[in-house]
Design a protein around this ligand. Structure first.
Ligand SMILES: Cc1cc2nc3c(=O)[nH]c(=O)nc-3n(C[C@H](O)[C@H](O)[C@H](O)COP(=O)(O)OP(=O)(O)OC[C@H]3O[C@@H](n4cnc5c(N)ncnc54)[C@H](O)[C@@H]3O)c2cc1C
Ligand code: SF4
Length: 508
């Protein structure tokens, strides 16, 4: 019986058990479809990187002797949707059984199940083997718990998978070294530039342009530096471990105009396309502790991101979809200003982060959370538009990981499912963690006027206007206490200037 196996563009896992044997009655199918590439406006490097990695993966499988049908973006038989192409190939290849690895996206899951139900084929999905946990595991774990705290889940996974544990106790005597992970970076130590692969994408870019897919951002081969294969991803992982992991914890939250990536790993694209697995990333990083016991804060900090946050975010997505995408707790509806697509804004922190994102399809976590996300929430931007912006611009953006991070963690639009309080700050935090304010046309010393830092006015106005809601949250008590210290005169100045800022958002 002939079997068709679908490999999605984010399932490039050569170690999946599917590929343990060459089976003569099995045909693999991979496809570049416009329905996927056009869900949100996409960064050119995201389309380039995904298609190039898919093509490389397909060639590797073919070289190993597997039968792969690859539908490229301009193929005449391309129906530009999963179902259209599946129907075509099932008929053409006389397929009797269709199977696929569990997708990470809710809508693809729906689409594939719907296709099988409508067809006369046998089949179904198989485990994806891409994560530590099954996608429903978080919801099961949290069933009896009052709140869905990441920390509880993280400790559970540390114990269950025996990561950084010694006789059921956390290595280093604590579960969490977060307090040690808050240093500002002043130019030293120097981050090692990771060996980022170079690729010539001229031909592929020509095909993408010809296909009519709309993109934005820098498409040049010079700007593109992402790994496209398992080998290239492993080189980056090794490089990160030998050069930058020891400073990852200390400078995790730091930002600088002098260095865009600092000590971050840049592994999210490789992880999210499954070119490497979270288990091998964590095992390689933990091995560094054997070499250097002093390194525990950095290593634990990194493990918490991959084992804790990444698995947690995925669990939230599967527990809360599809309604999660509609969340809008504060009922915010302001359109994104046009400078989100150019970076041409006078606020140096935003201009630097957005221009960097347009150029490289990357910004690190604190840039995403405390610069663009912080501003979007304080300015009252529509969380759905913000979600689509993030989904399009970052090389690692796939809905299962991007949506909870944006809608939940960054915009608090889920009303506190994911975060215990909104991630908002005034310029004080940005100035402490970066050198952005020094080169900015706005001043932190001025108060609520045309020259003053917009973050400050918007921050106090946000707290004041949402006060009724925040009063119930003990984690907001300190912020509200500081608000209460302000005179009535200043509060009214804040409210008036915040209105001017929101209305003049295009001109900031
Ligand atoms: C608003 C917003 C949107 C985001 N969108 C995405 C997204 O679309 N795709 C994505 O992979 N990450 C997203 N993140 C999480 C995080 O910012 C990126 O994973 C990280 O910046 C990727 O860079 P890196 O590989 O250098 O990470 P490092 O700082 O080196 O961290 C190591 C790894 O930990 C994992 N990780 C860290 N934080 C998170 C997190 N909050 N959620 C899930 N995994 C995490 C990633 O796999 C990352 O590669 C978002 C965060 C925010 C605040
Ligand atoms: S002064 Fe304000 S707008 Fe300028 S960089 Fe600092 S925080 Fe950003």
């Amino acid at each position: 019986m002939r079997q068709l196996r679908l490999i999605l563009g984010d399932q490039l896992n050569l170690n999946h058990s599917w590929f343990n044997a060459i089976e003569s009655d099995v045909v693999y199918i991979m496809m570049e479809v416009k329905s996927e590439a056009s869900r949100s406006p996409q960064h050119a490097q995201k389309i380039l990187g995904t298609f190039a990695a898919m093509r490389f993966f397909s060639k590797t499988l073919t070289d190993q002797g597997h039968h792969v049908e690859y539908v490229d973006i301009n193929a005449s038989a391309n129906h530009h949707s999963f179902c259209g192409n599946l129907e075509h190939f099932c008929y053409k290849l006389a397929i009797k059984e269709f199977i696929w690895q569990e997708p990470d996206s809710w809508y693809v899951d729906q689409e594939l199940n719907g296709f099988l139900d409508r067809s006369e084929l046998s089949g179904g999905s198989v485990p994806s083997e891409h994560f530590y946990e099954e996608r429903g595991a978080l919801a099961f774990f949290m069933e009896q718990k009052k709140s869905w705290k990441m920390e509880n889940w993280y400790r559970h996974l540390r114990l269950k998978h025996d990561v950084l544990m010694s006789e059921s106790k956390p290595v280093g005597g604590a579960w969490n070294f977060d307090k040690e992970n808050r240093k500002n970076w002043r130019g030293e130590p120097t981050p090692r530039s990771l060996r980022r692969p170079k690729h010539d994408h001229t031909k592929l870019w020509g095909e993408i342009v010809e296909s009519g897919i709309t993109t934005f951002g820098n498409p040049t081969s010079e700007a593109f530096q992402w790994p496209l294969s398992r080998e290239e991803s492993l080189v980056m992982l090794k490089d990160f471990c030998s050069a930058n992991i020891r400073f990852f914890g200390d400078y995790q939250d730091a930002m600088s105009v002098k260095h865009q990536t600092l000590f971050h790993s840049l592994l999210s694209f490789s992880l999210n396309l499954k070119m490497i697995s979270p288990q091998e990333v964590i095992n390689t990083v933990v091995q560094e502790l054997v070499e250097d016991r002093e390194n525990i804060a950095s290593i634990e900090g990194f493990v918490r991101q991959v084992l804790g946050w990444r698995e947690y975010i995925r669990g939230i997505y599967w527990a809360k979809m599809p309604d999660y995408l509609k969340s809008n707790h504060f009922l915010f509806g302001r359109e994104l200003p046009s400078w989100f697509w150019t970076g041409d804004v006078g606020m140096n922190c935003l201009s630097t982060t957005i221009k960097q994102s347009l150029n490289t399809a990357y910004a690190h976590h604190i840039q995403r959370l405390m610069i663009v996300g912080n501003f979007s929430l304080l300015a009252g931007l529509n969380p759905h538009d913000v979600h689509h912006w993030y989904l399009g611009i970052y090389i690692d953006a796939l809905e299962w990981v991007e949506a909870p991070n944006t809608i939940g963690m960054s915009q608090y639009a889920d009303g506190g499912v994911l975060a215990t309080k909104p991630y908002v700050s005034s310029s004080a935090y940005i100035n402490r963690m970066s050198d952005y304010c020094k080169g900015c046309q706005y001043s932190r010393k001025e108060k609520h006027n045309a020259k003053s830092c917009p973050f400050d006015t918007l921050y106090w106005d946000f707290l004041s206007s949402q006060r009724r809601f925040f009063d119930k949250n003990p984690r907001m008590a300190m912020m509200l206490k500081n608000l209460d210290r302000k005179s009535d005169e200043e509060k009214s100045l804040i409210a008036n200037h915040a209105k001017v800022l929101r209305e003049g958002i295009e001109e900031l």
